[in-house]
Design a protein around this ligand. Structure first.
Ligand code: NAP
Length: 277
C-alpha cells in the first residue's frame, strides 16, 4: 500500500474509504459493511468517518466492518464544531471510540471551524493524544487564513492533516492552500474526490480512462493522489465501485493525460475562498 508520511512519524494510506450517508438505513447495513471490507481487502486501508454521519450510525458500521482487523486499518473520525470545547471534545471522542469498538483513533479532526477558540480544541486534542486515545489530530474545511491562525496557537503546529474538498472539477486549493500545507508537512485529505459523481461522464476524462483500461473514477482518483502529500477518500457502497476505485493505485498518468485533463478541468487562475460541502 502506498502511504504518505506524517510529521509525527506515522504513515497514512494514500487511498481510503469515505462513509458519509452510511449508517442511515438499516437495510443498507450489510452492503455497506461488505463494501468497506472489500476496500480493506484491496488495500484501501484508511476509513474516514465522523460523529455527524448517520448521527453516529456510520461509526457503528465502521466498528462492525473493522471487527477483528483493527490493526490493519488507519481510522479517521471527526468532532462536530459544536462539541469542540475542551471537555466536549474529549466526551465526543469517548463516544466515537465506543461506537467504533476501538480504544484509539489514528486521526481525529475538527469537522469545520465553529464558535470555540482553536486554542481550546487543540488543548483537548493534545490531551487525547497524551492519553493514547488518538494518535494524531487535524482539521477539516480550513482555508489559508484558518491554517495560519491555527499555526499561531500553542501546539497548533502539531496539526497532522487538513481534510478539504478537492477533485478534478474543484481545483481551487491548488492556488495556495495545497502548497502551504505541503511546505508545513501537513497532509491534504481530498474529500469528495469523485466530485460526488457528475464529473465522471466528462468526455476527456472518459477518453483518458479508456486509454488506461480503467474507469473515469480511477483516473479522477489517480489524478489527486499522484500529488505529494495528498490522500483521497472516495465513498463507494457497491463492490463494483470499490473495485473500480482500487484500480487508481495502479494508474500512472503521463504528461499527455495531465495536459488533456488540464484543458478539460482548468486549474485556478486566482485566489478564491475554499469551496466546501
Ligand atoms: P465522492 O466520494 O466524491 O462520491 C461518492 C459518490 O460516487 C457516491 O454516489 C458513490 O456511489 C459514487 N461512486 C463511488 N465510486 C464510484 C465509481 N467507481 N464509479 C462511479 N460512481 C462511484 O463523495 P463524498 O462521499 O461526498 O466524499 C467522500 C468522503 O469524504 C465522504 O464519504 C466522507 O467520508 C468525506 N467527506 C468529508 C467532508 C468534510 O466536510 N470533511 C465533506 C464531504 C465528504 P455508491 O455509494 O453507490 O457507490
Amino acid at each position: 500500500m502506498r502511504t504518505v508520511k506524517l510529521a509525527s512519524g506515522g504513515a497514512m494510506p494514500v487511498l481510503g474509504l469515505g462513509t458519509w450517508h452510511m449508517g442511515e438505513n438499516a437495510r443498507a447495513q450489510a452492503a455497506e459493511i461488505a463494501a468497506l471490507r472489500r476496500g480493506l481487502d484491496l488495500g484501501l486501508t484508511l476509513i474516514d468517518t465522523a460523529e455527524m454521519y448517520g448521527d453516529g450510525g456510520a461509526e457503528e458500521i465502521v466498528g462492525k466492518a473493522i471487527e477483528g482487523r483493527r490493526h490493519a486499518v488507519y481510522l479517521v473520525s471527526k468532532v462536530y464544531p459544536h462539541n469542540a470545547s475542551r471537555q466536549g471534545t474529549v466526551a465526543a471522542c469517548e463516544r466515537s471510540l465506543k461506537r467504533l469498538g476501538t480504544d484509539v483513533i489514528d486521526l481525529y479532526l475538527l469537522h469545520w471551524r465553529g464558535r470555540y477558540p482553536l486554542e481550546e480544541t487543540v488543548v483537548a486534542f493534545e490531551g487525547l493524544k497524551q492519553a493514547g486515545k488518538i494518535r494524531d489530530w487535524g482539521v477539516s474545511n480550513f482555508d489559508v487564513a484558518d491554517m495560519q491562525q491555527l499555526a499561531a496557537v500553542p501546539a497548533g503546529s502539531a496539526c497532522a492533516s487538513n481534510q478539504v474538498l478537492y477533485h478534478l472539477g474543484e481545483r481551487g486549493i491548488e492556488f495556495q492552500l495545497l502548497g502551504d500545507m505541503a511546505e508545513a508537512g501537513i497532509v491534504t485529505m481530498a474529500y469528495s474526490p469523485l466530485g460526488q459523481g457528475p464529473i465522471l461522464g466528462e468526455p476527456t476524462l472518459v477518453a483518458v480512462a479508456r486509454k488506461h483500461g480503467v474507469t473515469p473514477a480511477a483516473i479522477a482518483l489517480a489524478y489527486v493522489i499522484e500529488r505529494p502529500g495528498v490522500v483521497a477518500i472516495p465513498k463507494a457502497s457497491t463492490l463494483a465501485h470499490v473495485d473500480a476505485n482500487a484500480k487508481a493505485l495502479d494508474v500512472r498518468l503521463d504528461d499527455q493525460d495531465r495536459a488533456d485533463l488540464d484543458r478539460a478541468f482548468p486549474p485556478p487562475k486566482r485566489a478564491s475562498p475554499l469551496a466546501m460541502l
